[in-house]
Design a protein around this ligand. Structure first.
Ligand code: HEM
Length: 441
């Protein structure tokens, strides 16, 4: 039985005492929930989100896309009936359909009781990923002008300084751990500099963000503390910048909010807080995933070493397709019963839109498991789709292009320092995240 499942089971035992035997049925791939209701006839030849799954998620996702594209699944934490969607077309349909809400309060009673909601009862329920129109439109509008490609182009100087400073003592032949010493530092330094953070706060907040977005039940007890610290700091920052505005994002949001005059103090606080949460962890994971993907495709690594400019063209887009850190978008909750293919998704039942599967759908991408930095064609979903698409997309692209180009350009002989099979995924179902990436420069 997988670690997440075991922990989920332990949690349930702690709250209600559920029989392990009910979960053993899962191991056999038989989709019968703990109440004994038959949920689907599809027998799955693997256990979703188990250690085996994380050793090779793409084989499991290929199987689901092929055999059970709208897949009924009972989430072990809280025993919540939900759905796993793996085809590109269905993903696009759901992410573009206003009947699928992102507001956690719309989730089923099982979801509400499960403890899976990280926002309930806090100002995080006012952050844009969890808002529906018209509130979503109103708040997003306050931030949009700060994130156009033109506005973000002004970040270049900061990014260059931060990347150079981070690797100033690095020399060819040295061994470095890329996640902690590089990927985790650069986005948190860039985003916090742009938001107007103080230096000492940014290192502490990066750890809190990692915790908050973790879907590993082992982290659950520490999440409330991290959440409180991030909320408190976001509020403090807004108060500080209101008193002393500067050339930073927080001051820009305050100006837009005051000029528009239509967003509440909570909505403004939540906007700053979501920048801290959404911008830092994702970009950290993406930089790591991108370097690993290049290691797995030496010909593509050489392409970047020979011409780092390829990253700004098609390269970063392909790396986002190949392994976006967002394996599944945040839950979608149907506001009414909705049929997708031959399944009816009942109102409130959470849906995982598996970007990791959709981005490798062979109906849309030729030879989808191959990294091809010159690939053109269909748009990947690595930065989302529909009204909640990544607000920070231009920033994510620019940080990634500049950082990867500098790293590979300066250390063209970059290689993995450990056998490939020892590179471990962080076993969190919603993310493509690796714990560590030791490299030789
Ligand atoms: C490579 C890095 C990044 C990736 C892969 C990424 C991916 C995504 C995805 C897939 C979504 C859509 C979620 C959904 O459908 O519910 C999203 C939303 C969002 N992202 Fe990013 N993101 C990245 C970097 C950033 C950065 C740097 C920022 C800001 C500084 C940012 C801010 C946001 C915000 C605010 C949203 C919510 C938008 C809304 O709900 O309207 N992201 N991101």
């Amino acid at each position: 039985m997988g670690r997440d499942l075991r922990q989920g089971l332990r949690q349930r035992r702690a709250v209600g005492g559920v029989l392990a035997a009910n979960f053993e049925m899962y191991d056999a791939g038989d989709l019968i929930n703990v109440k004994g209701n038959r949920m689907s006839n599809t027998v799955v030849p693997f256990e979703l989100f188990s250690p085996d799954y994380f050793r090779d998620p793409y084989s499991a996702l290929d199987w689901l896309r092929e055999n059970s594209p709208v897949h009924r699944y009972v989430f072990p934490v809280g025993n919540v009936p939900m759905w796993v969607v793996t085809r590109y077309d269905d993903a696009v349909t759901i992410l573009g359909d206003p009947r699928f809400s992102t507001a956690e309060w719309r989730g089923s009673p099982e979801f509400q009781a499960s403890g899976l909601s990280v926002s309930a009862g806090t100002v995080l329920s006012q952050t844009i990923p969890g808002l529906d129109p018209p509130q979503h439109t109103k708040v997003r509008r306050c931030a949009m002008s700060a994130f156009t490609p033109r506005s973000v182009d002004r970040w270049r100087e900061d990014i260059r300084t931060i990347v150079d400073d981070t690797i100033k003592d690095w020399a060819p032949g040295q061994e470095r751990e890329l996640v902690a010493e590089f990927a985790a530092l650069i986005p948190s330094r860039v985003v916090s500099t742009r938001l107007g953070f103080t230096l000492e706060r940014r290192e502490q907040l990066a750890g809190d963000v990692d915790l908050l977005i973790s879907t590993d039940p082992a982290d659950f007890p520490r999440i409330p503390g991290a959440r409180e610290r991030i909320i408190a700091y976001g509020r403090e920052l807004v108060a500080l910048k209101r008193a002393e505005p500067g050339d930073d994002l927080t001051s820009a949001f305050i100006r837009a909010a005051d000029e528009e005059g239509r967003i509440t103090q909570d909505e403004l606080d939540a906007l700053v807080i979501i920048m801290i949460i959404a911008g830092v962890g994702t970009t950290k994971m993406f930089l790591t995933n991108a370097v690993l993907a290049l290691f797995d495709h030496p010909g593509q690594l050489k392409l970047v070493a020979d011409d780092p400019g390829i990253l700004a063209g098609t390269g970063v887009e392909e790396l986002l397709r190949y392994e976006s850190p967002v394996a599944s978008t945040p839950w979608r909750f149907p506001t009414e019963d909705i049929r997708i293919r031959d399944q009816v998704i009942a109102a409130g039942e959470p849906v995982m839109v598996m970007v990791a599967a959709a981005n490798r759908d062979p109906a849309v991408f030729d030879d989808p498991h191959r990294l091809d930095l010159t690939r053109t064609g269909a748009r990947h979903l690595g930065l989302g789709h529909g009204i909640h698409n990544c607000l920070g997309a231009a920033a994510a692209r620019l940080i990634s292009e500049m950082t990867l180009a500098t790293l590979v350009g300066r250390f063209p002989g970059l290689r993995l320092a450990i056998p490939r099979e020892e590179v471990r995924r962080h076993e969190v179902w919603a993310l493509n995240d690796y714990r560590a990436l030791p490299v030789i420069l």
